[in-house]
Design a binder for this molecule. Sequence first.
Ligand code: HEM
Length: 508
Amino acid sequence: MSSPEVDFALFFLFPSSPFLSPILALFIVVLSVLWFHPGGLAWALSRVGRSIPGPPGIVLALSGTAAHRALAWLARSFQALPLMAFSVGFTRFVVSSHPNTAREILNSSAFADRPIKESAYELLFHRAMGFAPFGEYWRNLRRISTTYLFSPRRISASGKHRRAIGEQMVDEVKGLMGRYGEVEVKRVLHFGSLNNVMMSVFGKRFEFGKGEGEELEGLVREGYELLGVFNWSDHIPVLGWLDLQGVRKRCRRLVGRVNVFVGKVIEEHRQKRRNFGGSLEDGVGDFVDVLLDLEEEKLSDVDMVAVLWEMIFRGTDTVAILLEWIMARMVLHPDIQSKAQSEIDAVVGNSRLVSDFDIPMLPYLQSIVKESLRMHPPGPLLSWARLAIHDVNVGNHFVPAGTTAMVNMWAITHDESIWPEPGEFKPERFMAEGVSILGSDLRLAPFGSGRRVCPGKAMALATVHLWLARLLQCFKWVPSEGGVDLSECLRMSLEMKNPLVCKALPRC
Ligand code: HEM
């Protein structure tokens, strides 16, 4: 460039006059227009004509531990309960805080995909059911697990393991009370829950705090943490290769360890089958056996590890977290606890242990579980979002392909126009009105809805009902010195910020 041209260019960028250079000024104007567009930066860059209401700029709430509350507040402030647009970096989001639009999103085939985070990809979860793209591979996994892992027959057959693990938990509570005079409930529940899923999936139980059991707990904990981390690289592509938060590095290290651990379990099954001479009789094996028996849709070893690992991972914490919230409520509301115990005593008595068959006769206990799911949904934003596969309308808003869609189930279950006195814990509300929580009634759909509804919901509910009944039958739960702190912390799931520590006084 000749020198007058350079001077000209420099004048535009860095003028010697006190006024802004035209290019800099233009840049600032364009950025402000983009920034203050309803829904923020990512929406401004999209080709949407009529805008969806929402906050300008970039929303940081998703990186915090109360995203469900912040989004609920924003949706109210922008009068955008049916649908609110917002941006996180360059990612376009919509969030529904109303049952009607929630139904539209969750039940529409346009939202049958999930956005895949870097951590999920690195942990190979795109080969497991939860993050697999909507298509043939996902459909096969869904069919296989619905038929073999989550069928009513399977769930009923695994009742004896649930009972045995429930007994172990009761013994553990007694032991802890004897030693310390109080119980950190989540530790007992986590141990039980992990073993329960291990039995269904791997067909084996581990001793926790020791050897393989300890290693497995560590793997699950690390995976949970990694999937829960808000990773800026997911939303600002340029940060991708820097891996500033170290997520990629940790994921790769974890995947190596998971491959060895789960690979060993698969090999043990292969060996058992060789000794047994071919495939196992129907109904004898666990989920590893089922996957090894597949003929047409045979999975590679890598895919099998991903599928098995996801089940363990998904099935463990959700159940333990929900039960911890329920027990916290039982400690806080002695009147409700004793009403549930009277119901159990009337139906079961105290000469035998409560079993799966008693649960249908315990409507008050079931209402306690529903009310806890309403007040403390483990996935308040339904955990895993959906992705618009193609352009679609939600309500009267146009949502372009590639938009991430969320449902704020917490906002819906705390909306006083839907649930009177939403801040009060009142199981009685479900005695008066039978509300299905399995996905057909979007006023309370803690397991999601539609094609990608949680496939483990029946197994989760069978476990939660039985263990809750058992823990209430055996103990009266009272607060310890520290009381009960209901503060929340949203990671992968909505957890209690301070673990529940209380006393369990024997009843039987
Ligand atoms: C209290 C317990 C549980 C809760 C609250 C829960 C909640 C959820 C939610 C909200 C979703 C997303 C649904 C949607 O997008 O519409 C989901 C998906 C899923 N859940 Fe659960 N879940 C629980 C227990 C379990 C268990 C025990 C398992 C398995 C052992 C499991 C396996 C899965 C899988 C594989 C998916 C992904 C399904 C797909 O994308 O096709 N969950 N769960």
